[in-house]
Design a protein around this ligand. Sequence first.
Ligand code: GLU
Length: 281
Amino acid sequence: MTGFVTRFAPSPTGYLHLGHAASAFHVWDAARRAGGRVLLRIEDIDLGRCKPEYTEAIFEDLAWLGFEWDGPVRIQSEHFQDYERVVDHLTALGLTYRCFRSRSDIAEEQAAAGAPPGTPFTGSALPADAEAERLDRGDAFAWRLSLEKCRDYLGSAYDQLSFELSTSPGEHQTIKARPDIHGDINLTRKDSPTAYHVASTHDDALQGITHVIRGEDLKDAAHIHVLLQALMDWPQPVYTHHPLVMGPDGKRLAKRFASQSLASLRADGLSPDDVRRLAGV
Ligand code: GLU
């Protein structure tokens, strides 16, 4: 066993499909090559969309594919207090603010300011009396991380943030981090005590993950994850972004064949090797 620790971290918002299987093959293959370990994490913080039956199905699908994981499974919905502590810490450092805006408020404000759609949001706290009024009214808010405050807090270290990207086994490239592409991220949501970036980086640190392997659809996440790691004094894993499974028309498979769950492929008589071939791994 080496010090290599990676993880498979699906969200049980539906049944696993070929795209998830591809991720799992990449993760377990890398661990096998490195003589390392794989941990399993269930990222079920979205209580409105995640269902226990999908979590059960993940265990079944992984067992069918022949994957075993090391140690206990981390179920994020059982640990909301851990993520709240992260937000409290960042708030105590003066790096957060309450945001009462909805998505459409933001879109409207940005359009009025002439910003192109999709411009990363940056903002600041309301004046104290206006904020007190909204809190008194019981208006829902989300905590956001202020990039401006982070830049002040970290000084020159902010501009030096970078991460190691593994392009093939044993080869790394240093990538300059651009947290600004995300704007002021949500640390919580109006309807959830945590958001993906907080829960994911917290757990990568807690679980001692040395190598994060995930699909290219999440390649931008590292740019903000390394900022959270710097603020929280967490170690930085090496990142790998594996290619997504494409359908015959070159579109992302997850959308194109959304109904093709691993369970249905299994029911159609496909073997785990067939699934690996279809996933192109
Ligand atoms: N839970 C995420 C997903 O299923 C993966 C997050 C990650 O690997 O960091 O897309």
